[in-house]
Write a protein that binds this ligand. Structure first.
Ligand code: SF4
Ligand code: SF4
Ligand code: FES
Length: 318
C-alpha cells in the first residue's frame, strides 16, 4: 500500500457553481490503475465522485479522462506511471468537451459527427440477394483491422488542437471510421462517403500527430492521410485544402523549395478572382515591408534526390 493523493476536478452542472479542485488521500497499491484508485475513493471516501466506466479492460471506451494533462483510458493507466513528485495524480475531464459532473462530459458533438458519416455498411445489393454473408478477402480485411479496433473512447478527439479552435472539424475518430467504410470492398458509397467527409473539413487536419496517441492503436492520423489520398484519387480537388496540398508538393518537386507566391495563388485558386482580391491587401502589406518571396525560384542542388521521394509516394491525380 502507498499514500496517494487524487487531485480531482469537481463540478456539477446542475448546481450552477464554479468548478473547484479537491484532494482525496488514499492508501492504495500504486501498481493499480487510475480507474481502480477512483473506484476506491468513490467507495471508501466520497460517493459523490463521478466518472464513467464499464469494462475496466480497455474495451468499452467509457473511462477516457485527462490524467496529469494527457488524455487516456483510466483503466489502462497504471498509477505508478503518472505519480507526480508529491505523490499526487491530477485528474480532469477530457478537454474539448463540456463537463456535466466531475469527469463526465457531454459527448453529443462527438457522436453527432460520427453518426453523420453513416457508420454502417451500404452495399449495392440487398441481403436477400445473398445465400450467405458477404465476405471480405483476408487481403482487404488487413486494411480494416486496425480501425475496427476503435472503442469510441474520444481520446483522440480530446487531444486534437484543431477541434479546440474549430469545433466544426469532424475530428480524428469520425474520419478514421469513415475510412473504415470507404475501404470496405462490400460498400457501394465510396465517392459519397469521401465527398461527405471532405465537406466535414477533412482538410483542416494540421497533421500534428497528437491523435496518434490512441489507446487502441487505430492511428487515426494515418487513416486521415489515407482518406485524403482517396479524395485526390477520386478527383475531389476543387477546394482550398486539396489545392494547397497539391501546389505545395508541385513546387517542392520542381525546385526542392516552397514557392510561396505560387502556393498562395494555387491555394486560393488561379481563377478565383474574388478570393485573390481578398488576399491582395495582405500581399500589398507584405510588399511594403519588403517581405515578398522571390518570384522565380531556382532548383536546389541535388533536386533529383527530392524528386525520387515524390516518385515513390505521390498519388496520381484523377
Ligand atoms: S481512434 Fe483511438 S482514440 Fe480515437 S476514439 Fe477510436 S479508440 Fe479512441
Ligand atoms: S493529426 Fe489532425 S486530427 Fe490528429 S490531432 Fe492533429 S490536427 Fe487533430
Ligand atoms: S472502463 Fe472500459 S475502457 Fe476503461
Amino acid at each position: 500500500m502507498s499514500k496517494i493523493t487524487l487531485d480531482l476536478f469537481r463540478f456539477d452542472e446542475a448546481t450552477g457553481e464554479d468548478p473547484r479542485r479537491e484532494r482525496v488521500d488514499i492508501d492504495f497499491p500504486e501498481t493499480s490503475t487510475v480507474l481502480d484508485a477512483l473506484e476506491y475513493a468513490k467507495a471508501e471516501v466520497d460517493g459523490s465522485i463521478t466518472f464513467r466506466r464499464s469494462c475496466r479492460s480497455s474495451i468499452c471506451g467509457s473511462c477516457s479522462m485527462n490524467i496529469n494533462g494527457t488524455t487516456g483510458l483510466a483503466c489502462k493507466t497504471p498509477i505508478n506511471s503518472v505519480l507526480r513528485e508529491d505523490r499526487s495524480v491530477r485528474i480532469d475531464p477530457m478537454p474539448n468537451f463540456e463537463p456535466i459532473k466531475d469527469m463526465v462530459v457531454h459527448m453529443d458533438p462527438f457522436w453527432d459527427k460520427y453518426s453523420r458519416l453513416k457508420p454502417y455498411l451500404q452495399p449495392a445489393d440487398k441481403d436477400s440477394d445473398h445465400e450467405r454473408e458477404r465476405r471480405v478477402s483476408p487481403e482487404d480485411m488487413k486494411k480494416l483491422v486496425a480501425v475496427a479496433n476503435c472503442v469510441m473512447c474520444a481520446t483522440c478527439y480530446a487531444l486534437c488542437p484543431v477541434i479546440s479552435v474549430d469545433p466544426s472539424f469532424a475530428g480524428p475518430a469520425a474520419i478514421a471510421y469513415a475510412y473504415r467504410f470507404i475501404e470496405d470492398s462490400r460498400d457501394a458509397q465510396t465517392s459519397e462517403r469521401v465527398a461527405q467527409i471532405s465537406d466535414d473539413y477533412l482538410w483542416l487536419c494540421a497533421h500534428c500527430y497528437a491523435c496518434s496517441y490512441c489507446p487502441k492503436h487505430v492511428d487515426p492520423h494515418d487513416r486521415i492521410i489515407d482518406t485524403k489520398r482517396k479524395s485526390v484519387e477520386l478527383g475531389m480537388t476543387n477546394a482550398p485544402g486539396p489545392r494547397h496540398a497539391l501546389v505545395v508538393s508541385k513546387t517542392i518537386k520542381q525546385t526542392g523549395m516552397l514557392a510561396e507566391n505560387e502556393v498562395i495563388v494555387g491555394t486560393v485558386g488561379k481563377f478565383n478572382f474574388k478570393g485573390l482580391l481578398k488576399i491582395m491587401p495582405l500581399g500589398l502589406r507584405m510588399a511594403a515591408k519588403g517581405k515578398v518571396p522571390p518570384l522565380i525560384m531556382h532548383p536546389v542542388p541535388k533536386v533529383d534526390e527530392i524528386r525520387t521521394i515524390f516518385d515513390a509516394m505521390e498519388v496520381p491525380v484523377a
